[in-house]
Design a protein around this ligand. Structure first.
Ligand code: PAF
Length: 278
């Protein structure tokens, strides 16, 4: 495995690739969730590239950019054991210049839910993902796939739309959410939770389980499902409970095979999201 810290070194590596490339973009602090993306990329590609870059443009004023967990040595070990070929670890200076072109998230899908709670977040996220995809594709791999988790469901939907709208030659591969044994969806931000907060954080996945139970009993009405979920979420600071179709449009009734149930909540000072695709 090779760690590269510059775009020139990255191109040197990727120009020697003669096969398919699987790419896993991350902000580091790798956990089992990232590992599942890397494993999938490893199984399906000749070469695997992981980027580790805490992208400043997707953090809002007052968010945890400076405190975001950075664990470069541990991340490198995890990648090495998982059979990654190249880790790309750029810095902000080489990724951005002063007066940049910007990409804006679409007006509707980009500004509901996460987009309304974190205005501007998706613009910055799409901007860096576009850059990263272009950098990895630069030497024209025979096949190019990029792996994203379903946990960031809206991010995944917007990246898929960007790839379509800008005709980017990459296949976006959605990967399932990975959970701890107690049900908590894995996130780099879980390290912020105290013991007591972690217990309360479990209500997010429990509320989704409650929603599944209702759907299994053929309760498809969104109002009823949201009400039952809110009951489970009483001990956290709920930011939204939402049921949307796979295009992120609001729905009144659950449609099996085309619904995502999402929840976002503050637990202490940590903001958590979780969702369920049904
Ligand atoms: O999901 C993330 O970790 C980030 O949003 C991503 C896709 C690596 C872009 O910075």
């Amino acid at each position: 495995m090779i760690i590269v810290n510059s775009i020139e070194e990255l191109f040197e590596q990727t120009s020697a690739f003669n096969g398919s490339v699987g790419f896993v973009p991350t902000m580091g602090a790798l956990h089992e969730g990232h590992l599942s993306l890397i494993r999938e990329a490893r199984a399906k590609s000749d070469f695997v590239v992981v980027s580790i870059f805490v992208n400043p443009t997707q953090f809002l004023e007052g968010e945890d950019l400076d405190a975001y967990p950075r664990k470069e040595d541990a991340d490198a070990k995890i990648c090495e054991l998982a059979g990654v070929d190249v880790i790309f670890m750029p810095n902000a200076e080489m990724m951005y210049e002063e007066d940049e072109l910007s990409i804006m998230a679409p007006a509707i899908r980009g500004f509901v839910l996460e987009g309304s709670k974190r205005p501007g977040h998706f613009d910055g996220m799409l901007q860096v993902v576009m850059k990263l995809l272009n950098l990895i594709a630069y030497n024209k791999p025979t096949a190019f796939r990029a792996y994203f988790g379903k946990k960031d469901a809206q991010q995944l939907a917007l990246i898929t739309q960007m790839v379509k709208n800008y005709f980017i030659n990459v296949e976006i591969v959605p990967c399932d959410i990975v959970r701890d044994a107690d049900g908590l969806a894995l996130s780099s931000r879980n390290v912020y939770l105290s013991k007591e907060e972690r217990v309360r954080a479990l209500t997010l996945s429990r509320s989704l389980k409650k929603a599944t139970e209702l759907v299994m009993r053929k309760q498809f009405e969104v109002v009823m499902i949201k009400e039952a979920m809110a009951e489970v979420l009483k001990e956290v600071d709920v930011q939204y409970i939402a049921l949307v179709n796979r295009q992120f449009q609001a729905i009144d009734e659950v449609e099996i095979g085309n619904t995502i149930i999402l929840v976002a909540a503050g637990v202490g000072s940590t903001r958590l999201i979780d969702n369920l695709w049904i």
